[in-house]
Design a protein around this ligand. Structure first.
Ligand code: ATP
Length: 442
């Protein structure tokens, strides 16, 4: 674990972003819970994705398919066969398990012991549906959200009267019995995916693949992720999944190395033709104008909400040695500032009375807080020195601190402090909501 990751994990727990699941029972295998700030931030990520992929685009509709589906789907998709199995090796000495494709050496990276022969390990999580626990009632928690989209292709097409090209977007949980989960929420066994499946004419698939690559990279940049921490990695032909004609990963430079956060795939006609074959339903598209019937090709963009959460968090984390708020107590310490983008930050505003022993000040601050809280994710804090309170807000990425001081009582205004520049601006309370909406891009 790198020093930076330890600091991020500790901040996440201390400030209520992410907790270890079942912590009071000793935790539970690589599962995590999102705390009060974490759930706000994760919702912001999902909202930003949904708005980008549906509202700001033409011809994309949403779907929320069930997690449990007919096991026949997973047979057709290849998930129950070798297609969705990783090769597992185990150390004969310490019994730690590893994915073979992740190992650089042929010995155990933990104790240098010798390893077993690799064996296939299926990643699907099994459960039972109904009162009996037998083979016939066996079902699976979905390992990816996209299958729910493919099997609803006709339903969406017929009910929405869409024409090719069009897209179906979905956000939802997926489960994989990962052999080596780790790096905090980077690889977990339960996670959330945000996926777009774009259906197009076969001749247009290559162009749309390029189009979606650009669009998806732009999404991260627009949300404030640093350019130097993002890159494309084209997947080599030999590495391609059985369904893919071409694939590119968007990678982020985590403290533990460059790693995939999103996969963009040209899946060709594989999914629809395959489900047609297995289900007996004709999933071809009929173009009435051209009198042409064909299996649409699919371009997929697939990103983990949790994995991108970690990228946003790492990217925003910064430390200022010696303190930047310059209060005596703070100056001795290191200050953390989470420079999260405006859309992603879990708290947008904090209302702070300068002191708490002046009832008129506290009353005014409380009134302002109440008037803003239904429109903005907003905090109220009156405990501790003003410098300490600024630091607490900087640490969770609050964009603006609104300080109600003695002048506020006479002039009916307050100071708006910017998290990144620390500049303070006086704004009339009557204009506050409008000014803040503009500043936050609402
Ligand atoms: P990896 O090679 O890291 O196992 P993958 O190529 O199998 O990932 P995809 O099946 O393409 O991943 O899934 C698309 C996205 O879903 C990934 O880019 C990632 O953001 C997310 N994802 C996949 N597996 C996990 C996991 N175990 N934990 C968290 N997020 C995941």
């Amino acid at each position: 674990m790198t020093d930076l990751m330890s600091k991020i994990i500790s901040l996440s727990k201390r400030r209520g972003f992410i907790f270890q699941s079942s912590e009071i029972y000793g935790g539970f295998g690589s599962c995590y819970d999102f705390g009060p700030l974490g759930v706000e931030m994760k919702n912001n990520i999902k909202k930003a994705w949904w708005e980008e992929m549906t509202r700001s685009k033409e011809n994309i509709v949403g779907l929320d398919a069930a997690i449990l589906m007919s096991p026949k789907i997973w047979e057709a998709s290849g998930h129950l066969t070798a297609g969705f199995a990783d090769e597992l090796v185990e150390c004969k000495k310490c019994h730690h398990r590893f994915r073979k494709d992740f190992l650089e050496e042929s010995e155990c990276p933990d104790c240098a012991g010798s390893l077993t022969e690799p064996r296939k390990f299926n990643l699907m999580m099994k459960t039972f549906v109904g009162p009996l626990e037998d083979e016939a009632s066996c079902a699976y928690l979905r390992a990816e959200t996209c299958q729910g989209i493919y099997v609803n292709f006709l339903n969406v097409l017929n009910s929405s009267r869409l024409k090719i090209p069009f897209g179906i977007a979905q956000i939802g949980k997926a489960f994989r019995n990962e052999i080596t989960p780790g790096n905090f929420i980077y690889r977990t066994r339960e996670f959330e995916q945000m996926e777009l499946q774009w259906f197009c004419h076969p001749k247009e698939a290559d162009d749309f693949f390029q189009y979606w690559k650009k669009e998806r990279m732009k999404w991260y940049l627009d949300l404030g992720v640093k350019k130097e921490n993002l890159r494309f990695r084209d997947v080599e032909k030999e590495e391609l999944a059985h369904y893919a004609k071409a694939a590119t990963d968007i990678e982020y430079k985590f403290p533990f190395g460059w790693k995939e956060i999103e996969g963009i795939h040209n899946r060709g006609e594989w999914d629809l033709s395959n489900h047609s074959k297995h289900s007996g339903e004709d999933l071809r598209y009929f173009d009435e104008k051209k009198k042409e019937k064909y299996f649409p090709h699919i371009i997929e963009t697939s990103v983990g909400a949790d994995r991108s959460f970690l990228a946003f968090l790492v990217d925003a984390y910064s430390e200022v040695k010696g303190g930047r708020t310059k209060t005596t107590e703070a100056a001795k310490e290191e200050e953390i500032v989470l420079k999260l983008g405006k859309k992603i930050a879990p708290v947008k505003l904090a209302v702070l009375p300068l002191v708490r022993n002046k009832p008129e000040l506290v009353k005014k601050a409380e009134e302002i807080y109440k008037s803003l809280k239904s429109d903005f994710a907003c905090y109220y804090d009156e405990v501790g020195s003003i410098g300490r309170r600024y630091r607490r807000q900087d640490e969770i990425g609050t964009i603006f601190c609104l300080t109600v001081d003695f002048d506020s009582l006479e002039k009916d205004d307050l100071t708006v402090r910017d998290r990144d520049t620390m500049k303070q601006e006086r704004i009339k309370i009557n204009d506050l909501a409008e000014v803040l909406k503009e500043k936050l891009g609402k």
